[in-house]
Design a protein. Structure first.
Length: 461
């Protein structure tokens, strides 16, 4: 089972870690050493892309540059840029969101989308500028407070851990207010230069400005997403669209899947679109359960898994088994020498007896923010040739690290997670360091339209 935990929820539950005040330079340098130690002790191969020689050179440079005391957020920026070079989205430091949330007055007032290509920043909200002036959503933001869109995106990407730049930009969009606040000096306003379909202009917004939202209705979407990670709707022609925002909750998903596929059978639905855009993953068991409804043959998502034994891995087991009796398997893991690596060959899953297994056509939508176990599902779906994948190359790779183990830097108490396993997805070879490759390549915002067009063509054919 491959699991991605929500870092903020996990750490807030496990540790009381948010330190305040400043830290001595010597203590911060010690935390850099601890950071490197934890990564190397737990990770199967942290230097799979960025060499150990380069990383150590960067580490020494960082330590030399820590010559003065720093506060919690300043040190986070230094350390986060360092580990981002390793290009593993499961090595990460907890974002100090508490400092940002205490400063709502500085919150950037727009939802945006970041991209590695022009337009680098696009607004996702309509704005009423007053005096009968409006700025439509999906416009290009050229600069904010004199900082170009390209520089902003590059600075954000340098802070986000992940395997691809496209994923890191997309993930940065979700926390743009935080990143902009910690990266650049606060001015108390945001001067935005924009290009609205050839009409260029500049507008000054205050953090507390009341904005009228347009088509996207962002506030409503966020509220729905918080309570309903899984939803199914229908087009006028009867195509079912299953939107899966995450793979976090297996039991909730089972209830949803059982009801949804029963409904599809009752309705005689012929076409199903599974939308995984923006799905950061969670529990691979969710993907297994979904595949049970789509495949009638034995299957597996992973060919094999390499697991590195470490004290961090053992500490996680001890924490999970606190006040419980250790199983024979638990005791075996605790006895293994740290630094040793086990190869675990995965077994096929036998199809369940499901009366509502779906036999119609299936189309899966993905983008650069389809990550971890969501990307793993997409790869298995592709490998077993169950249907078409439409969209962008996924941010999650088909040869990928995961199954995080937690640590806390001893001086600042900054929480850290590190990968403990290397997963070979079904169909992946030794050097397949890339995401799931779509059958039909298009931008994220074109995927649903492409799928519906393809369904129309297939139905006529």
């Amino acid at each position: 089972m491959k699991t991605l935990l929500l870092y903020s929820i996990f750490f807030l539950a496990a540790y009381d870690v948010f330190s305040q005040g400043h830290f001595k330079a010597a203590a911060l340098r010690q935390d850099i050493d601890s950071l490197v130690y934890y990564i190397e002790s737990a990770h199967p191969n942290p230097y799979y892309r960025y060499s150990r020689v380069k990383f150590y050179r960067d580490v020494e440079k960082v330590k030399r540059n820590i010559s003065e005391d720093m506060d919690y957020t300043a040190f986070y920026l230094v350390a986060q840029r360092l580990i981002a070079k390793l290009q593993d989205g499961h090595i990460d430091l907890e974002m100090p969101l508490h400092t940002f949330q205490e400063s709502k007055v500085y919150t950037f007032p727009l939802k945006v989308v970041l991209s590695m290509n022009k337009p680098y920043i696009r607004s996702q909200e309509d704005m009423d500028l007053g005096h009968n002036r409006f700025m439509n959503h999906d416009i290009e933001i050229l600069s904010i407070n004199g900082i170009t869109g390209k520089k902003i995106v590059n600075d954000v990407v340098d802070l986000v851990t992940g395997e691809t730049a496209a994923f890191r930009a997309s993930y940065g969009s979700e926390y743009f207010g935080f990143y902009f606040d910690v990266l650049y000096p606060r001015k108390g306003f945001f001067e935005i230069s924009y290009n609205d379909k050839g009409r260029k202009g500049t507008v000054k917004l205050l953090p507390g400005d009341s904005l009228k939202l347009g088509k996207l209705q962002v506030s409503t979407e966020k509220a729905e997403k918080a309570t309903s990670p899984y939803a199914m709707t229908y087009t006028a022609t009867g195509t079912a669209i299953m939107k899966l925002d995450d793979f976090l909750d297996l039991e909730t998903f089972k209830v949803f899947a059982d009801a949804s596929f029963s409904e599809l059978k009752r309705n005689g639905t012929a076409n199903l679109v599974i939308d995984l855009r923006g799905n950061l993953g969670g529990d691979s068991d969710v993907g297994d359960y979904l595949l049970q409804y789509l495949l009638n043959i034995p299957f597996r998502q992973y060919d094999r898994v390499l697991e590195k034994n470490s004290e961090l891995l053992k500490n996680r087991l001890r924490m999970h088994r606190k006040d419980k009796t250790l199983s024979e398997e638990d005791s075996l893991l605790l006895s293994k020498p740290n630094g040793s690596i086990d190869t675990i060959k995965t077994q096929d899953q036998v199809p369940l007896h499901l009366s509502s297994r779906f036999s119609g056509k299936v189309y899966v939508l993905v983008n650069s923010s389809t990550f971890s176990s969501a990307a793993d599902f997409a790869q298995a779906f592709s490998y077993y040739k169950r249907g078409k994948i439409i969209g962008e190359e996924t941010g999650g790779l088909i040869l990928s690290f995961g199954d995080i183990v937690p640590a806390v830097l001893p001086q600042t108490r900054l929480p850290l997670v590190v990968s403990s396993k290397l997963y070979f997805n079904i169909g992946a070879n030794e050097n397949d360091w890339h995401g799931v490759l779509p059958d039909i390549l298009c931008t994220s915002d074109q995927t649903l339209e492409k799928a519906l067009t393809l369904i129309g063509i297939d139905d006529k054919g």
